[in-house]
Write a protein that binds this ligand. Structure first.
Ligand SMILES: Cc1ncc(COP(=O)(O)O)c(C=O)c1O
Length: 378
């Protein structure tokens, strides 16, 4: 087995410079018994709301809970339909299903890999209650046309911003445009906890109030439950860690953008490689740097053998997953999504990546893609 030379992600490099500060914060949490919710979570909520340009942030257990609580607060339930994309992590659809509603998938834009707004109207039925655009890979969906349709058709918009902490759409932050924005702080995200955590941001005080109650067993006063809720609180330890890590988020995002630009300089124009397109409306945060190539699986394996860890996000679209077989969607239903899933390859991407590492990855990718062309030609 080859020693990995370039990891996909290096959390150790991210945490080492913060170790003393994190340890001191954990001690404070331990000394004050502030483990479930509490002041460390509240302080992070304040900072994160400010960062997202919203009035409220509600800390929860993970990004899946964030989506679920946002949908529940919007009143989505059995018999309803929610329009979203299939080119996403399974959790987007799971949250819809766990309200009792049905996910309705539309195809994506082939350049941004996010929801194609031109396909929304056709998917709306009398049962449609909400739309969930997903800001995949750190690039925002085209929010203006989505919001226009939603407002005209009186639908809620919940942004799945789980991969887009700090991304912008014409100067507006991810999560601040729809009725609510949902974030995951899974450790590998641009803002990652030291375990599981998530948050919903919103400018709507009514939705915010509902979500605060939902995440805490439906209680506003201890042991008095106004609605049936859930245990979806954020841990105090995660709130403390996230508050420290939030301070470095903008810098980390800038480093990711610089690496992405470097990758694109080296790879764009190479026959057989499609590099990411940056939409004119946005400032992406490159949670992932994803290229499209033919023979993706062979490339992934060979890069792995050469010590370069890559990934696929995601290899099987949600509508083709066994879990959603009951929807009766087969191959061909969402052609852009399906062709993407066969060709996408995520290259190593994290703020501490070095320019030399970017160059090594680009060189190896290029040599393999060009090599495969020569092999075919022979
Ligand atoms: C697009 C998207 N939606 C939802 C989620 C769910 O977040 P979590 O893993 O924190 O539940 C994730 C995270 O993996 C994600 O990438």
């Amino acid at each position: 087995m080859n020693q990995i030379k370039i990891p996909f992600l290096n959390l150790r490099a991210q945490h080492d410079p913060l170790r003393a500060e994190l340890m001191a914060a954990f001690q404070e949490v331990i000394d004050t018994n502030a483990f479930a919710g509490g002041p460390f979570v509240s302080r992070f909520e304040e900072d994160f709301a400010k960062f997202c340009q919203t009035n409220h942030a509600i800390g929860v257990g993970n990004g899946t809970d964030a989506l679920w609580f946002a949908l529940l607060a919007c009143g989505v339930g059995p018999g309803d339909e929610v329009i979203t994309v299939s080119h996403t992590f399974m959790a987007t659809a799971e949250a819809i299903s766990f309200t009792g509603a049905k996910p309705v998938f539309v195809d994506i834009d082939p350049e941004t890999y996010t929801m194609d707004p031109a396909l929304i109207e056709k998917a709306i039925t009398p049962q449609t209650k909400a739309i969930i655009p997903v800001h995949l890979y750190g690039q925002m969906a085209d929010m203006d046309p989505i919001m226009k349709i939603a407002r005209r058709r009186r639908l809620f918009v919940i942004e799945d911003a789980c991969q887009a902490h700090g991304a912008e759409y014409e100067g507006r932050k991810a999560g601040s445009i729809g009725d609510a924005g949902c974030f995951s702080f899974y450790p590998g995200k641009n803002l990652g906890a030291l375990g599981e955590a998530g948050a919903v941001v919103t400018n709507d005080p009514i939705l915010a109030g509902k979500m605060r109650v939902l995440r805490d067993h439906g209680q506003q006063t201890k042991y008095f439950h106004s609605v049936v809720g859930w245990n979806g609180r954020m841990d105090g330890i995660q709130g403390a860690a996230l508050r420290i890590k939030l301070r470095g988020l903008a810098e980390g995002n800038a480093a990711r953008r610089a690496h992405a630009q470097h990758y694109s300089q080296l790879l764009t124009g190479t026959e057989g490689i499609v590099t990411p397109k940056i939409a004119s409306y946005g400032l992406p945060v490159f949670h992932l740097y994803v290229v499209r190539v033919q023979e993706r699986d062979r490339l992934l394996d060979t890069l792995g053998q050469r010590g370069i860890a890559c990934g696929i996000h995601y290899p099987k679209p949600v509508h083709l997953q066994e879990a959603y077989a009951h929807l009766g969607m087969s191959r061909g239903a969402l052609p852009v999504t399906e062709s993407c899933a066969d060709e996408i390859l995520s290259l190593p991407m994290f703020p501490e990546l070095t320019p030399a590492q970017v160059e090594t990855v680009a060189r190896e990718v290029k040599s393999l893609v060009v090599g495969s062309k020569t092999a075919v030609a022979l």
